[in-house]
Design a binder for this molecule. Structure first.
Ligand code: SDX
Length: 431
């Protein structure tokens, strides 16, 4: 990033300001407004931050018009095809692809932190069996600082590194425990001889009563889902983690805040909502009814799994996910999956419909991921927890970058106050 010598001239009231223009490696320039209030006495107004860069970052770049997603400069399509999740974790955390020795060491460190403190098992007992696994994950992850107090000092780089490894390693175990708890089945311990995705599938689907062999094609599809969801620039949950971290909160609390934000149906909860929508539609002949509802401004219904704040042509992750969906369903012999038929017909119709073309609405990452996860045997309630497992590395990488950013300070936005003017208290007998 270069501080260009360009400035934006701003004239308002009887004030004239020259605001520096910052030029990035990729993407649009940014007008540096940090001095705007001090020098000009005005705020900017941008609810939803549609035109606001909240930070400088070197981690992920998205080009919404080209449908481009780069992790540390590498296109997501290449990483999904040639890399694997833990290598992508290393890339996101440290900025470069690892050598073979670095990768082996990193994978060993993650593997050896996959168990959780045995006392945490009792945490789950406090939840009802029908508790949503995201409710459990928010609670259990938030409480991790009580179990691992030796990695909560955010000013100590060594403790930040230990907390990072612990979070990435333990999230699959916690998510699997939440799933097993909902089933009334015993928790399954991780195994150090399995890769990350295989370990997760085994912790979710094996039972003590019989041996369980992980299907390598399902493990590969799971690993690819993890890779595709690993990071995504300054999305709502990542911004939540950054804002939480800016106060100096411990990393476990910040990740718990990110999990809470991800749960929303407009964000990470969309994969669950998208599949439930496809099931509600039920058959191809009912699609027009739902398309009409999505267009009806008086109807709050939205096509879940469609649209995106940044991507205005297509979500590159959805393309890779669609390919995985076909592979998994072929493998499982579910080619006549009614839900997939509805999904493909809905996608075809929506992409041809001029309303959706005008609004730039097309399938996003959540549209196909739910179909794969359901085919694998996961209930819809586990879709967002799986998104959270994957996004933990992105949250951690962004949190570490924020902590190390010399320009970072506690996030404290202002407001446009439109409430009552100053007025005096009125005694109750006079109201
Ligand atoms: C994720 O930010 C990220 O990077 C997120 C994410 C990540 O990896 O972290 O990519 C993951 O959250 C993907 C998005 C998952 N959400 C959904 O699939 C839920 C359905 N989609 C929408 O709710 C919506 O598209 C958003 C939230 C994704 C984007 O909302 P925006 O950018 O605020 O856009 P908008 O709501 O202002 O919509 C623009 C217009 C509106 O119409 P007008 O008011 O301009 O007339 O498009 C319409 C909306 O009504 N619209 C839809 C629609 N999405 C937007 N109409 C019908 N169905 C939809 N899905």
């Amino acid at each position: 990033m270069s501080d260009s010598d360009k400035t934006a001239e701003l004239e308002f009231n009887d004030t004239s300001l020259g605001l520096p223009i910052l030029s990035p490696t990729l993407g649009p320039d940014a007008i540096d407004i940090r001095r705007l209030y001090a020098d000009g006495g005005v705020f900017t107004y941008d609810p939803g931050f549609t035109s606001t860069a909240s930070c400088k970052s070197t981690i992920t770049y998205i080009d919404g018009l080209k449908g481009e997603l780069l992790y540390r400069g590498y296109p997501i399509e290449q990483l999904a095809e040639k890399s694997h999740y833990l290598e992508v974790c290393y890339l996101l955390l440290y900025g470069e692809l690892p050598t073979a020795a670095e990768l082996e060491d990193f994978e060993a460190r993650i593997t050896r932190h996959t168990m959780v403190h045995e006392q945490m098992n009792y945490f789950f007992r406090g939840f009802r069996r029908d508790a949503h696994p995201m409710a459990i994950m928010v609670g259990v992850v938030g409480a991790m600082s009580a179990f691992y107090p030796d990695s909560t000092d955010v000013t100590d780089p060594r403790q930040r590194e230990i907390a990072s490894i612990r979070m990435i390693a333990k999230m699959p175990t916690i998510a699997a425990m939440a799933y097993k708890y909902s089933l009334g089945q015993p928790f399954v311990y991780p195994r150090n001889d399995l890769d990350y995705a295989s370990n997760f599938l085994r912790m979710c689907f094996s039972v003590p009563a019989e041996d369980y062999e992980v299907n390598p094609i399902l493990a590969r599809a799971m690993d690819r889902i993890f890779t595709l969801h690993a990071d995504h620039e300054q999305n709502a949950s990542t911004s939540t983690v950054r804002l939480s971290g800016s106060s100096g909160a411990n990393p476990f609390a910040c990740i718990a805040a990110g999990i809470a934000c991800l749960w929303g149906p407009a964000h990470g909860g969309a994969n669950q909502a998208a599949l439930e929508m496809l099931k509600e539609i039920g058959s191809v002949d009912r699609i027009p009814e739902y398309i009409a509802r999505a267009k009806d401004k008086s109807d709050p219904f939205r096509l879940m799994g469609f649209g995106h704040r940044v991507y205005k042509n297509f979500d590159p992750r959805a393309r890779v996910m669609k390919q995985s969906a076909d592979e998994v369903l072929d493998l499982l012999g579910i080619e006549n999956n009614e839900t997939l038929k509805v999904a493909k017909e809905l996608e075809r119709i929506a992409l041809e419909d001029e309303y959706f073309q005008e609004k730039k609405l097309f399938p996003n990452v959540d549209f196909y991921s739910g179909i794969i996860l359901e085919a694998m045997g996961f209930p819809t309630s586990m879709f967002t927890p799986i998104f959270a497992v994957s996004r933990t590395v992105g949250w951690i990488a962004q949190w570490k970058e924020m902590i190390s950013d010399p320009e970072q300070k506690i996030g404290r936005p202002r407001q446009l106050y439109i409430g009552a003017p100053k007025r005096d208290y009125v005694d109750v007998e006079n109201r």
